[in-house]
Write a protein that binds this ligand. Sequence first.
Ligand SMILES: Nc1nc2c(c(=O)[nH]1)N[C@H]1C(S)=C(S)[C@@H](COP(=O)(O)OP(=O)(O)OC[C@H]3O[C@@H](n4cnc5c(=O)[nH]c(N)nc54)[C@H](O)[C@@H]3O)O[C@H]1N2
Ligand SMILES: Nc1nc2c(c(=O)[nH]1)N[C@H]1C(S)=C(S)[C@@H](COP(=O)(O)OP(=O)(O)OC[C@H]3O[C@@H](n4cnc5c(=O)[nH]c(N)nc54)[C@H](O)[C@@H]3O)O[C@H]1N2
Ligand SMILES: [Mo]
Length: 726
Amino acid sequence: MGEREAIITSCSHDCGGRCILKVHVRGGKITAIETDDGEEPQLRACLRGRAYRQRVYAPDRLKYPMKRTGARGEGRFEKISWNEALDTVARELIRVKNTYGNASILLLGGSGSQAALHGVVAVEQLLAKFGGYTRTWSTPSFEGALFASMATYGTMTTGSAREDLLNSHMIIMWGWNPAVAIWDTNTALTLAKAKEKGIKVVSIDPRLTESTAVFATEWIPIRPGTDSAMLLAMAYVLIKHGLQDQKFLDNYTVGFDEFRGYVIGMEDGIPKTPIWAEKITGVPRATIERLAVEYATAKPAALIPGWGPARGAMGEQFSRAANTLIAMTGNVGKEGGYAGGFMRAFHSREMGMPRGVHNPVEQGTPPRRNSLYKLRGAASPTNARIHGVKVYDAILRGRTGDYPCDPKLAYIVACNFLNSYPNVNKGITAFKSLEFIIIHEQRMTPTAKFADILLPVNTFMEREDVISPWLGSPYYLYMNRAIDPMYESKSDRDICAELAPRLGITDYREGRTDQEWLKIVAERTGDIPNFTDFKEKGVVKLKEGRPFVAFRGQIENPIDYPFLTLSGKIEIYCEHLAEMDDARIPPIAKYLPTPEGYDDPLSEKYPLQLLTTHHKPATHGTMEKIPWLDEVEPRRVWINSRDAEARGISDSDEVLIFNDRGRVLIQAKVTERIMPGVVSIGHGGWFDIDEQGIDRGGCANTLTPSEHSPGGAWATNTALVEVRKA
Ligand SMILES: Nc1nc2c(c(=O)[nH]1)N[C@H]1C(S)=C(S)[C@@H](COP(=O)(O)OP(=O)(O)OC[C@H]3O[C@@H](n4cnc5c(=O)[nH]c(N)nc54)[C@H](O)[C@@H]3O)O[C@H]1N2
Ligand SMILES: Nc1nc2c(c(=O)[nH]1)N[C@H]1C(S)=C(S)[C@@H](COP(=O)(O)OP(=O)(O)OC[C@H]3O[C@@H](n4cnc5c(=O)[nH]c(N)nc54)[C@H](O)[C@@H]3O)O[C@H]1N2
Ligand SMILES: [Mo]
């Protein structure tokens, strides 16, 4: 690679990993990207990071500020100066504020940059100082898992260090595909070691995933949205054989008796037997029975409840049921066990800007009805926010539809909103009805085409930042600038700093340069003694003694360390949920039939269940149209050969997937790797809707519902569709 030393940085997209990139630059241009080959544990980048050169130099990079000239969404723009662009943005913000109030300014922030300084956080700070804004609540990723984690454990820090998996006697990957979705940089490496060590790995997933193929000894396909029925039946088996860890339940949990009553049928007259669950899940009763006994007797064993099954119309019940089964086996707080829950493992701290600025629009508002607001650290406990999947409805109906405001202006940052959020066609209608749309982007995404003012943002290669791992693995990364900002692009923070005086804000940067902020942010972790050294090496790897295991303290010393729930125990029965008094979010885990589930009457018309998963060469829509990545795995719809044959579809045929929300034209991948009755598309494809209304871009969200579960989970894995040969 030549003599010159490479520049050390890391990706900051929402990609599941945080890895070291060694960027080689010649004459101000990136010539090659390598990765960590130094001290163990290495933080080796995946295909996406290594292909990043093609993203930096993508032909659709936004070069200068632009204003819309055609109809909204048409994608016709005219180049303007930064001055004109910022003056227009400021004028519109002031107009909307004065005419309708700050709540009509809707900030739609995405996960484009997860580093400390740049991305949506820059605009949050600006708009807070401008008198406030309306934001969304819920995260697309994990709202179901988070809700259940809070209800059961009162916290999201419920994970273990990855290497602790090597202390397990059995690992169950339940809707979990880290070979693709990464889940912190070295997860796949650890699973490979687990396999080498002979640890039994079982995968429960409607698809035979890459993780299943490489690490698992057994694949159990299951109907989407029915997992809680299988978990309840496993609980039934344990109760029947007296295999639950009663001492653990007595000491550390509340509400097992209520749960037991429901499981054995005392509450509704239906015992949740493996025979009962077989009909619902499609998993043979003998498999359920065997797996329950194996899991309960393998001690310690790690059942890992993924976020995918919780991304459904009744998503939180899966996570609640998994957490409950885990508690029944006493696998919480122990090496080789696994508490489930949200699964953040806290060794490194999140490096973020101090969130001192309050959003005035939210001040003094009452809690959201379905929030666990009594818990310390409750997620979004205000009713002033709009659920992410309800933004379109809120735009179209506003206060008359019971939303907290009448949105008039959307400020979109680091988000491919129309593409990443469910129900594209509804989104287009809603966006067309707004008075003004401002977008900070790097590329001409399908959402960017809807801007009235479109501002070009630089990539992480063109600025400095710091970042911590996705789920708290023990290290921190410094993101050094490799090249100068391309064209006329600027960072989100620089854009905001230039907007601030136009909005009458004088203290946007609070007197500090970016470098000074980075130093503060790094030092606040308490783990980075020498900032200069950190910047130079690009990484601080923490040395640890015992591996991090959530709730070690609670189990070893329950008197001094209560659980963070209201009762101080693991809540199999959650009083806070009982108080919500909503049968769809009961205080114990239940199986609740899913709208658009396999047995919904709508399945007569649309008989296939659609999953929309995280795609190997993609980071949502961020890495689209990168030739090296497209070559790896083009986006296709997976369909079982039986379903394909019944429809006269052969591998690689063009097919139409459709329901009442939209139509997608895409190639078929006919495979045994997905169970009959289920089809799947990797999400992120950029929609491209033709005159007939057919999406030729393969966007999963053309088909998904803009609905959420009672606890707030996105339902992007709940959609009924039909497929036919195009
Ligand atoms: N390559 C890649 N990696 C990524 C991302 C990306 O876009 N691309 N995005 C990152 C982000 S932001 C996130 S939030 C994570 C998401 O990470 P995950 O949520 O873990 O990823 P998914 O692929 O959506 O889902 C995991 C598995 O759940 C299965 N599944 C879906 N529904 C059900 C169900 O009802 N029951 C069962 N048993 N299984 C089900 C799917 O088939 C899939 O194999 O990934 C991160 N990593
Ligand atoms: N059907 C379906 N839909 C899903 C999911 C699913 O599983 N199925 N998964 C969901 C999940 S888990 C997530 S996290 C969301 C993610 O949804 P988004 O937040 O929309 O994710 P990205 O496509 O990564 O969009 C980020 C955008 O930010 C831009 N960007 C990158 N860096 C910067 C920056 O520094 N500044 C600015 N201003 N822009 C930047 C990128 O070019 C990109 O277009 O998608 C969700 N959507
Ligand atoms: Mo996510």
